[in-house]
Design a protein around this ligand. Structure first.
Ligand SMILES: [Zn+2]
Length: 215
């Protein structure tokens, strides 16, 4: 975000880390992330680490993470977020961390799943295991970014499937994504997770659009 030369194993400098627009949502019940999922019965907690505005340094950084083959940014930010969120007991009771999967074709093109790097950062700090085998993305849908609210919802319908649902019986699952805009991708994923009988769901994302960036 600035022009400082980074140290080895550093993806973002300490000064920029200090200045991130943190949401403080970990300790704020009924926050704007939880509001997006208030219609889901088995929903527990929701929180994003930072806000982003259109064309802000944070948005540029997240774009770089995704498209310039630097997923380590996501890993380092997630670790920072994990320490913040742990002090607010955000992870209490969570059994497993699941990143929102990419379709295998998209994964091959990009070479990595950014959400998996974020989930790994959370997992490494909290010690809660990460799982990537029980939710699959079976439809390679178009990118959400250029779509309106209604189009986004239709674009992500029935794109996920589950595998061995009995192994997730009554688990409390933390679903992890990089960015939340309208929450429609996560909604679709949570709908599919109803196949996990008795499961509870929480949601974490690295960043959230401060106001709806649509229209
Ligand atoms: Zn910096």
């Amino acid at each position: 975000m600035c022009d400082t030369l980074l140290e080895e194993n550093e993806e973002i400098c300490p000064a920029c880390m200090e200045q991130l627009p943190r949401t403080e949502q970990a300790s704020l019940r009924g926050n704007s992330t939880e509001e997006l999922f208030s219609d889901i019965k088995r929903f527990e907690r929701g929180g994003c680490f930072m806000f982003f505005d259109k064309a802000s340094p944070v948005q540029q950084m997240l774009h770089q993470m995704k498209y310039s083959e630097t997923p380590g940014i996501g890993y380092q930010l997630a670790k920072e977020a994990a320490y913040d969120f742990m002090t607010a007991d955000f992870f209490d009771g969570i059994d497993v961390i699941i990143p929102v999967p990419l379709h295998k074709r998209r994964l091959r093109e990009r070479g990595f799943n950014q959400s998996e790097w974020i989930a790994k950062g959370l997992s490494d700090v909290t010690g809660i295991p990460m799982d990537t085998s029980h939710i699959l993305r079976v439809v390679n849908n178009q990118k959400q970014a250029t779509k309106s609210g209604a189009e986004r919802k239709a674009n992500v319908e029935k794109i996920f499937a589950v595998s061995h649902p009995e192994e997730m019986y009554r688990k409390h699952i933390l679903l992890v994504d990089d960015i939340i805009t309208t929450g429609s991708t996560l909604h679709s994923c949570i709908k599919t997770m109803s196949a996990f009988r008795g499961c509870k769901v929480s949601v974490f994302a690295l960043s959230k659009a401060r106001k709806t960036i649509l229209q």
